[in-house]
Design a protein around this ligand. Sequence first.
Ligand code: UP6
Length: 250
Amino acid sequence: RCRMPFEQRAEVATQPQARRLLALMAEKETNLCVAADRTLGRDVGPHICVLKVHCDILDDFSPDFVSRLRDLAKRHNFLIMEDRKLADIGHVTRLQATGGQFRIADWADLVTAHALPGPGLLSGLEGAHGMAAVLVAEMSSEGSPINEEYSAAALAMAETHGHLVAGLVCQSDLATDPGLLQFTPGVSFSGGASDGLGQRYREPGHVVGRGGCDVIIVGRGVAEASDPRSAAESYRQAAFRAYRERLKTE
Ligand code: UP6
């Protein structure tokens, strides 16, 4: 998986959103996802493959916001991931994904979900306008009770529901299936740093080169930089360089 180029993986992937994403990563030469927890993706659009949002903490969430977001995604060719971290029974998951004020499945290409409730959660996402799930198999935060057994169970759930799951949120190299994408948060050029609230950071080159990460997720490293646009470009370059190096390793 790690030594296969994204374009080849796009061909073998069966999940439609995973295929789309792998193909656009190869074409646009980016494996950077920016977590736009506070801002829009206008500045970073040209550098990213995915814009990740938390719709419940955006100050200006509205149907109009969503249509501007979709326009940006189309113009700059990136996917939108709602980091909802769904974690309920299938019935409620379905309502959370398709209803309420956020109507996530109307505008998101990907949605994150915990594996905790079991496969019923994924059944709840069946038919949600083609939106794919990204299962949280490991977390970046200190003291997380997730253990190896749990991560292996999350991976197994992803593998047995390949038509609904595009990838994993993880910290280590768990997947062997080239069609599954590994997204890694807790990434910053100040590797080893923390944020005082349990977040742990590692450097882009390290997570892609040695951690098996396909897509780095960077939030404050970009959002709080004095020039977010050039910070995004620096993260893109570092992560894509590490991916290219990884293809050459034995
Ligand atoms: N995120 C993590 N760790 C996880 C899963 N998700 O940090 O294990 C998400 C957070 C945030 C982003 O919800 O949106 O990734 C990280 O932001 P930061 O780079 O500003 O720390």
